[in-house]
Design a protein around this ligand. Sequence first.
Ligand code: ZN
Ligand code: ZN
Length: 370
Amino acid sequence: MQNANSGKKPTGRLLKAAIWVVSIIVIVVLTAAFFQKHIFRFAATKIIQQRLLSQTHKKDDGLYAGLAGTGAPFPDINRVGPCIVVEAGNHLYIIDAGPGSARNIGLMGFDIGKVDAILLTHFHSDHIADLGEMMLQRWAGGSNAKPVDVIGPKGVETVVAGFNHAYSLDAGYRVAFHGAATVPPSGTGGRARPYDLSSEEDASLIVVDKEGIKITAFKVNHFPAYPAVGYRVDYKGRSLVVSGDTVPCRSLKKQSQGVDVLFHEAQQPAMIKMVHDQAGLSPNPSLAKITADIPSYHTSPEDAAKTANEAGVKHLVLYHILPPLPPVLHSMFLGDSEKYYNGPITVGVDGLLISLPANSAKISIKQILK
Ligand SMILES: [Zn+2]
Ligand SMILES: [Zn+2]
């Protein structure tokens, strides 16, 4: 015979269990709420430590190139304006100041306060727009008492004077707020270091020569933007060339002979033509004309590959990518490049670090933009 209460027992046990579960959940929630501030504080401290330590991280001796900006004037979600950070031994240089690149330099862990000099290839806006931010961060980030050198072909003095003027009010506010010991008034802005190249088509000039680092400026052809240069950097048996903006030209090929890495600007005319053909859909009335004009003073990936092949470079990295493109279109962008060059070709994206250890043949590439 069944006990009259036995039917209630499972319900009672269930009720007890439910009370336990709810109690545990309440305790966990209350504990989490109580410690939430501490948990977030712990996580935030770890993130801050990681960021600050990455700025002081010591690399092995060698030549390093950080792609802080691999884009061109058109907006690209994966690329800000052109900028390559070059680290050699204990020295740091920036080549070009594309819009948005100053932030990427910091995010990639380079210590902008320690920049020795900024080098400009030419004065199109997509190569100079972040100069003011870079000069400001180099001053405030390093408590520097001397302005940073801005090295470039003739005309750089006009660009630097303009940015110095535009940032003069800001400098005054910061000195008044932080004090002269932290932001010495004598260190604001930049000091233009113009140089003049001879009239020869392949003229070149050594613009930095210290502690084993040699940087050579050489003429390229980006007419009507004139003067326009590229830079070659040599350090302890390693070498790289940054093309700047150019059509294929003799001096670039000459300077690139046997270098470890050639950073070459690239624009795919077939894809620019596709943009041109759809330009009528854009509210921008100048898009059709601009997309018709630009192929004439840039280089296709195929022509960059030919230069890399003829110069015998070991690795070709394309940057100043036009048109804007997602990674899924990289092979379309390369077109027939691989027919003309047997070595590795990398389509640049922001945040790549190329490492060339001193006195070795090793070339490694990794993404460091977090
Ligand atoms: Zn240009
Ligand atoms: Zn450009």
